[in-house]
Design a protein around this ligand. Structure first.
Ligand code: GLN
Length: 208
């Protein structure tokens, strides 16, 4: 016997169980991260104001210009609420400028922003010839296939604390993907390639 059709769900209702991944959307490559999050079956949420952080399962700090992002974070009062979200257990993932925002130390005197990752970063330190480059990066924790790393005026990680796991290094042995508990960061931009393993890792860290 035919069942009566269920009433259609309101268009903007959140699907039950779908993880909501915030993307700091004050500046930078927000759309590329949003596409990556959709591709792995989660819901991207653009974050501009503290109220946008409510109920998020994880947060991405995109690539862009860390100075501009730092200014907007402070203008919109996002610094303490982001730190609180992380302390509450939500995983964070910073790519490139996002890694600079997470770092405990920035070489050259810039004041750190979020201090959620025990590393020292040097902005734009790959040097002029290597301003932007691409390289295959082996990441054993993500399987045998290396990741294609796109580096754009990337920071060099010059020091990592004892609680930081180095997931990948560049050809000179410098860390380019790191993890400290539920905080993940890469000097390169997986959102600019089709490989979704790092975005999936972020999802796996939720509730871990
Ligand atoms: N050079 C930028 C900075 O220092 C980062 C570049 C990027 O995110 N691709 O903030």
């Amino acid at each position: 016997m035919a069942q009566s059709m269920p009433a259609p769900a309101p268009a903007r209702t959140q699907r039950a169980g779908t993880q909501r991944i915030g993307i700091l959307a004050v500046q930078g490559d927000v759309r590329e991260h949003a596409r990556a999050i959709l591709e792995i079956g989660a819901e991207p949420v653009e974050v501009r104001l503290p109220r946008d952080l409510v109920g998020l399962d994880a947060l991405i700090l995109p690539g862009g210009e860390s100075t501009a992002m730092r200014n907007l974070i402070d203008r919109h009062g996002l610094r303490n609420p982001i730190v609180a979200l992380a302390k509450g257990g939500a995983p964070l993932y910073g790519t490139c400028a996002g890694m600079i925002l997470l770092a405990d130390r920035i070489a050259g005197g810039d004041e750190p922003v979020l201090r959620l990752l025990d590393v020292t970063v040097q902005r734009n330190a790959y040097g002029r010839q290597l301003d932007s480059f691409e390289a295959d990066i082996p990441i054993p924790a993500l399987g045998d296939e290396p990741m294609h790393g796109v580096f754009i005026r990337a920071p060099v990680v010059s020091d990592v604390g004892p609680g930081v796991e180095v997931l990948a290094r560049d050809a000179d042995g410098r860390p380019v993907a790191v993890r400290q508990g539920r905080v993940l960061a890469t000097a390169f931009h997986p959102e600019l390639t089709p490989d979704r393993r790092l975005h999936r890792l972020l999802l796996e860290l939720i509730g871990s």
